[in-house]
Design a protein around this ligand. Structure first.
Ligand code: GLN
Length: 304
């Protein structure tokens, strides 16, 4: 029997004073003020137990981690028609890269690069009268936590500075792969990225991916096949041009965000979230990647 609490605490102690912490994302001005010393880990096991250390209870901007949750929200609605508008291949490029989108006629490589998530946002805007409200309720429901909210200052900050996202959305529109107005779709997209959750809330929200589509409240949210497919996408596309490195070092499906969060899943076992805001050059949390590498090495648990 692995003593998860002991493993997590030892990793926390080994890394908490690491001076090499990476760079805080400053291209979204509102994120640049976060203290790089923050570091938390939280694991939710499907047997119901939780294990944690450090700053696991401080809400942070989940940014691109939200792309997995928005996909999970639309998947049961749009089913496999999603894949007529978005591909399922790793991009091997940064999350906000545009040239591939032009070359490939407005079909984003996958739902976890910005252009792909913007198409998913378009589907939600088409389907719901108030998509921001519905998406927030979905997250509150998954976590069984009514306190979760958007950080409106972060959303505004990105609205003011998200020029590449405007470019991506306009390109999608030019290729006829956006049904709604660019501003309406991006308003939803910036808010989904600006959701704030703690490590614990994220581990709980992702529980369904470790549990064949059944969430923490025992509701079936995804079919077994849909959960499996999203896990496959996290493994191959969850870390932009570092997806190979994450599979190589950590060996779990996962997703990162420029707020410094990483969520990883071992199907049938657990979800684990780390948060440390300093990023490496590819935009993934530096300490978070190290922590997860240590975790799968020490426990010898990975999908491989
Ligand atoms: N909101 C950010 C953006 O669109 C998300 C990027 C990320 O977390 N990688 O640039």
């Amino acid at each position: 029997m692995i003593d998860f609490q002991k493993v997590i605490e030892s990793i926390y102690v080994e890394l908490k004073d690491d001076i090499n912490r990476g760079e805080i994302a400053s291209y979204i001005p509102e994120l640049s003020t976060i203290d790089s010393q923050n570091f938390g880990i939280h694991l939710k096991h499907i047997d119901g137990n939780s294990y944690s250390s450090g700053d696991w209870n401080i809400p942070f901007s989940i940014q691109s981690i939200s792309k997995v949750l928005s996909l999970a929200f639309v998947f049961p609605i749009y089913k496999d028609t999603i894949w007529e508008r978005i591909d399922v291949e790793p991009s091997g490029n940064p999350f906000n890269q545009l040239s591939l989108l032009e070359l490939e006629n407005g079909i984003p490589r996958n739902p976890f690069i910005n252009a792909g998530a913007i198409v998913i946002a378009d589907m939600l805007v088409s389907h719901f009268d108030n998509p921001k409200h519905e998406f927030l309720n979905f997250i509150k429901d998954l976590t069984n936590d009514q306190t979760i909210n958007y950080n409106y200052d972060v959303a505004k900050s990105e609205q003011r500075t998200g020029f590449r996202n405007y470019a991506a959305a306009n390109l999608l529109k030019a290729f006829d792969n956006l049904e709604n107005h660019v501003d309406d779709v991006l308003d939803f997209y910036f808010h989904q990225c600006a959701l704030e959750l703690t490590c614990e809330q994220l581990s709980n929200a992702f529980f369904m991916f470790a549990n064949h589509g059944i969430c923490l409240q025992q509701k079936k949210r995804l079919s077994q096949s849909q959960a499996k497919r999203i896990n496959a996408l996290m493994l191959t596309c969850g870390f932009y041009d570092e997806a190979g490195e994450f599979a190589f070092e950590v060996g779990l499906p996962g997703k990162s965000g420029v707020g410094g969060g990483i969520i990883a899943v071992l199907p049938n076992h657990f979800t684990i979230t780390t948060w440390s805001p300093g990023l490496n050059q590819k935009g993934n949390s530096l300490i978070g990647m190290k922590a997860l590498e240590k975790f799968t090495t020490k426990t010898n648990l990975s999908i491989f």
